[in-house]
Design a binder for this molecule. Structure first.
Ligand code: ZN
Length: 168
């Protein structure tokens, strides 16, 4: 099993807008396999390519309880969204940090699958939240960006403390 290194908050690649994937080839397929393995091994619900240092519009997701429903999205985008709600969120790039973020409950997302086919998915609740979170990564956004200043500053202080301890 391959577990790729996950870039942590503060890494510049997380603040770079990702490029569209032009062609789905063997390299892209291998990359998504490694991403899925890394996500499963890290017990995450989703992982976006910038989180492993690759600035491409790709994300992998699995919110199923037994982790057998992988969703690989290439060039995903939100086509429709409604009903915002607050919900707890975390991120593999910010281990052990959680905060409430407002997201749409219902979305329709468009993406390309690994066969190069254009697909549409209707999602709600947790899956909708994770898709929005991962697409944000492709746009260089991180969930803490939505928090009020004081909350984000507290989180940044906590990260500084952990960095000092070599735990980041
Ligand atoms: Zn994340």
């Amino acid at each position: 099993m391959i577990k790729l290194e996950i870039k942590k908050y503060g890494s510049s690649v997380l603040r770079k807008k990702s490029d569209l994937v032009q062609k789905i080839n063997k390299d892209i397929k291998c990359l998504t396999e490694d991403m899925l393995e890394t996500m499963y091994l890290s017990r995450g619900l989703g992982l976006a390519a910038p989180q492993i240092g690759v600035s491409l519009r790709i994300c992998v997701i699995d919110v199923s309880p037994d982790k057998k429903l992988p969703l690989v999205m290439v060039n995903p985008k939100i086509a429709y969204s409604s009903n915002k709600i607050l919900g707890q969120e975390g991120c593999l790039s910010l281990p052990e940090i959680f905060a409430s973020v407002k997201r749409f409950v219902n979305i329709v997302a468009e993406y390309t699958d690994l066969d190069g086919k254009n697909r549409t998915i209707e999602a709600e609740s947790l899956l909708a939240r994770v898709i929005q979170h991962e697409i944000d990564h492709l746009d260089a956004k991180i969930f803490v960006d939505y928090l009020p200043d004081w909350k984000r500053k507290n989180i940044e202080k906590e990260i500084k403390r952990r960095k000092k301890k070599g735990d980041w």
